[in-house]
Design a protein around this ligand. Structure first.
Ligand SMILES: C[S@@+](CC[C@H](N)C(=O)[O-])C[C@H]1O[C@@H](n2cnc3c(N)ncnc32)[C@H](O)[C@@H]1O
Length: 313
């Protein structure tokens, strides 16, 4: 089972993994961008990006909401947040802040217009329970949007054996460490189980031939990040995986057969909250209740205190 403990997060936050997240972002950001626009993310909104990692989704949201909007990215990893903050500084993005927190323990004193996240629910032991908690920070009528993978839709044609085998090993390793490899397809039932209205859904995929090197890296880099976990969980030895020659072998097979590889299904799901809440829901969703509890029970860092101040729009 996946755990809430940052140390159990299977991909970790090594410099290589953070670089992989950035590289992956270059391929999938256009897909996430389309989801954000279709879901209704617009200038002036306040957005909560959960599991923000190196910040890619938060940067997209910051661009869409513009200087009159605001984005808060939350992650459990100080290393990922340090990188996200330095990237935000490089881009002079003033409408974007990052804070460190376990997602189930987040506390704010104000609702957001939308909560968004990419590749986050798949790592949670109980995604519906977490989604319900996240949703409490969204105002009535606000948007909830997630972009998650369905890895079982990966394929190659004509077959590229090394790519197909590598995908199986990645899936098996994720399965053994508690990641839900079909999270994208489960977004529908997860939204409904969290008490949300049935989501609108879209599916895209990264696809390419032997010259599309970034597309080959897309999954091969993930296999390299997971190499130690593959060995630890008994899926495959480092020797069998052969991380150093993986990309070369895949591209050689692709060239020989003019094969095309298809990455995992990139699935977006979004919905809007009811405009009006029952009085019971209003009480449950009152951010000041949790904020007061949080203030009493925890010592907030200086940065958290600043972020907890009412957000001006
Ligand atoms: C695969 S990365 C995705 C990062 C980013 N959303 C993106 O698409 O580039 C998942 C991130 O979620 C964070 N995360 C996962 N579960 C979390 C939890 N329960 N609380 C806080 N952060 C969490 C991890 O630390 C990691 O940085």
């Amino acid at each position: 089972m996946a755990s809430d403990d940052a140390s159990d997060y299977v991909l970790g936050h090594s410099p290589r993994e953070l670089e992989r997240l950035r590289r992956q972002g270059q391929l999938v950001n256009p897909i996430t961008w389309q989801f954000l626009i279709e879901a209704g993310i617009a200038p002036g909104m306040r957005i909560l990006d959960v599991g923000s990692g190196a910040g890619d989704v938060a940067f997209l949201a910051a661009e869409l909401v513009g200087p009159s909007g605001q984005v808060v990215g939350v992650d459990q990893s100080p290393d990922a947040l340090a990188l996200a903050r330095s990237r935000a500084k490089e881009q002079s993005l003033a409408n974007l802040t990052f804070r460190e927190s376990e997602l189930s323990a987040m506390a704010f004193d104000q609702h957001f217009d939308a909560a968004i996240g990419r590749y986050v629910l798949c790592f949670q032991p109980d995604p519906a329970a977490l989604l319900r908690k996240i949703t409490r920070w969204v105002r009535p009528g606000g948007i909830v949007l997630f972009h998650e993978p369905d890895r079982k839709q990966m394929r190659s044609y004509p077959p590229t054996p090394t790519y197909d085998k590598m995908s199986e090993w990645i899936d098996e390793t994720f399965g053994r460490t508690g990641m839900e490899v079909r999270m994208g397809m489960k977004l529908y039932s997860t939204f409904v189980a969290a008490g949300l209205a049935e989501p609108t859904m879209r599916l895209h995929a990264v696809i390419g031939g032997a010259k599309a090197l970034e597309e080959v890296h897309f999954e091969a880099d993930l296999a390299v990040t997971l190499a130690a976990a593959m060995e630890r969980t008994g899926v495959v030895t480092a020797e069998e995986l052969g991380a150093d020659s993986l990309i070369e072998r895949i591209t050689q097979e692709m060239s020989a057969n003019q094969s095309v590889i298809v990455g995992r299904a990139e699935i977006g799901a979004w919905t809007r909250l009811e405009e009006r809440l029952s009085s019971r829901e209003r009480k449950q969703n009152d951010p000041s209740r949790d904020f007061v509890r949080h203030e009493r029970n925890a010592t907030l860092s200086a940065e958290d205190r600043l972020l907890a101040l009412p957000v001006r729009s």
